[in-house]
Design a protein around this ligand. Structure first.
Ligand code: A2P
Length: 242
């Protein structure tokens, strides 16, 4: 799973197609969508038009909590909209009605076994809810996608995922961050990068998947240009301290 992906929440219509095209053009190989975003068709169109082989792109989509009980139909609809015959990752978008729902998880595992999703996981789950899924089915989610950023850093949550072998994927890496924070500004200036790039690189240093959302071509490119510099352990730790 590439550590950097394009988030597409709130990207709609032509601008969604263009954002995903732009991202694939500048080297992203990971796109995150969801049934709830209403843009799977646009994401699929961009993937098809990009000329990048399907197998080279990591595509994630998500089951809306209200579609619990209609997993098969929902995934079939996602595949149809995306124009693909499998997704790389399929997530339960939110715990349905706030509950872990091992029965829903069981059906995701069945559809994975049929090859329609290479991997399955959850989003917005607590570690306790993840443990409930494992206790009931013997299977842990590959990924938990939760809101994450330096401002939300919680070492116990990170360590809890790591100990279980569940990949932590962070959404909204920039939204909750004060990009004018002096610590960020100083590190950015020293490195000759932007504060947003420092935030995204901080995720990479922690091996946390980040999916910044942008529909702006310059910012899409900026957010991907984080693999030619590093942060020192001391810098990472400085950003960890909220
Ligand atoms: P835009 O789409 O106009 O680029 P998040 O992924 O954390 O939810 O953040 C998304 C928000 O941050 C969007 O409003 C997006 O606006 C903005 N954004 C994305 N990339 C950057 C960047 N490199 N610098 C500043 N703002 C950004």
């Amino acid at each position: 799973m590439p550590l950097l992906g394009l988030g597409t929440w709130q990207a709609r219509g032509r601008s969604a197609v263009e954002a995903v095209r732009q991202a694939l053009d500048v080297g992203y190989r990971h796109v995150d969508t969801a049934t709830m975003y209403g843009n799977e068709r646009q994401v699929g169109q961009a993937v098809a038009e990009s000329g990048v082989p399907r197998a080279a792109i990591f595509v994630t989509t998500k089951l809306p909590q209200g579609n619990a009980g209609r997993e098969r139909e929902t995934l079939a609809e996602s595949l149809d909209q995306l124009g693909v015959d499998y997704v790389d990752l399929w997530l339960i978008h939110w715990p349905p009605d706030g509950r872990a729902r091992p029965d829903v998880w069981e059906r995701l595992l069945e559809l994975q076994a049929e090859g329609l999703a290479r991997d399955v996981g959850v989003s917005n789950y607590s570690l306790r809810q993840i443990d409930e899924l494992e206790a009931a089915t013997g299977r842990l989610p590959a990924v938990n996608q939760i809101e994450w950023s330096p401002a939300l850093f919680d070492p116990a949550v990170l360590e809890g995922h790591r100990r279980r072998g569940v990949q932590l994927e962070g959404y909204s890496p920039l939204r909750a961050t004060n990009l004018h924070d002096p610590r960020l500004a100083q590190i950015a200036e020293e490195r000759g990068v932007t504060p947003a790039q420092v935030v995204l690189r901080w995720h990479v240093e922690h091996r946390i998947v980040a999916i910044p959302k942008s529909t702006n071509a310059a910012r899409i490119a900026e957010n991907a240009a984080i693999f030619d510099f590093e942060l020192t352990p001391a810098e990472v730790e400085r950003l960890d301290r909220r």
